[in-house]
Write a protein that binds this ligand. Structure first.
Ligand code: PGA
Length: 255
């Protein structure tokens, strides 16, 4: 059985000393369990030191982005090969903040997903509609299109895993998540797109669909109660070790 997963996306919010302080506390209070994986995604700058702190702990490391080439003349970029070398297992790709501020296109996202898989990293592909797209009734279409473009032509080898994070852009950081029933519906739509592309068994065993957007310890159980919600991508509620640990403990209580 696939484990559920909870991923902390610290964005550009925790500086290096704050990241170190978080991990120091978190490793003391976090109890790993068979049902759940926990992942921390600090900034690039903090990856190496957080990796050292997480050594021999059952907590995974992820990056918030990567480039689509392994090496070469790409000033300022960070290679998935380098992330792997630092001990990352996961990498967030195509977060809506990057799509809007850095103008990342579906093609860029696709290339990054391929590059991450080549290194044996698990891509966390972020998709989601804006408020305007939702008002126009285009939500499912937008999400289906983003997922399709990200995985077009892709095959998953035996060891490969993939995560799709459904994050409605308009609820990120708002303190107001969408109704879990609605997220479940969108996750079903995403699962169908994945099944149309990969073998159903592959999707069942190696692809997780997680929800992100104002998840906290008060609503996590409601999301995890749904069959098609395999985890959560958490921003604001992942910045304090006690708060994040509490959220994971709540989620662990759901069967
Ligand atoms: P939030 O962010 O939990 O603060 O809404 C989630 C995300 O952007 O991944």
């Amino acid at each position: 059985m696939k484990k559920k997963i909870i991923i902390a996306n610290w964005k550009m919010k925790l500086m290096s000393a704050e990241s170190a302080g978080f991990v120091e506390e978190f490793v003391k209070i976090y109890k790993s369990n068979k049902k759940m994986e926990a992942v921390l995604c600090p900034t690039f700058i903090s990856l190496q030191s957080v990796a050292a702190q997480l050594k021999d702990k059952e907590i995974f490391l992820g990056a918030q982005d990567c480039f689509w080439e392994e090496d070469g003349a790409f000033t300022g970029e960070v290679s998935p090969k380098n992330l792997k070398e630092l001990g990352c297992r996961f990498v967030i790709i195509g977060h809506s903040e990057r799509r809007s501020h850095l103008l990342e296109t579906d093609e860029v996202v696709h290339n990054k997903v391929k590059a991450a898989l080549r290194q044996g990293l698990v891509p966390i592909i972020c998709v989601g509609e804006t408020f305007e797209e939702r008002q126009e009734g285009a939500k499912d279409f937008v999400v289906m299109n983003q997922v399709t473009k990200a995985i077009e032509g892709l095959e998953l080898d035996a060891e490969d895993q993939l995560i799709v994070a459904y994050e409605p852009v308009w609820v990120i950081g708002s303190g107001q998540a969408v109704a879990p029933e609605e997220a479940e519906h969108t996750h079903q739509v995403i699962r169908q797109v994945l099944i149309d592309h990969f073998e159903p068994a592959t999707v069942k065993e190696r692809v997780r669909i997680i929800y992100g957007g104002s998840v906290d310890s008060s609503n996590i159980k409601d999301f995890f109660a749904f069959q098609n919600i395999d985890g959560a991508l958490v921003g604001g509620a992942s910045l304090e070790p006690e708060t994040f640990n509490n959220l994971i403990q709540q989620a662990s209580q759901v069967n």
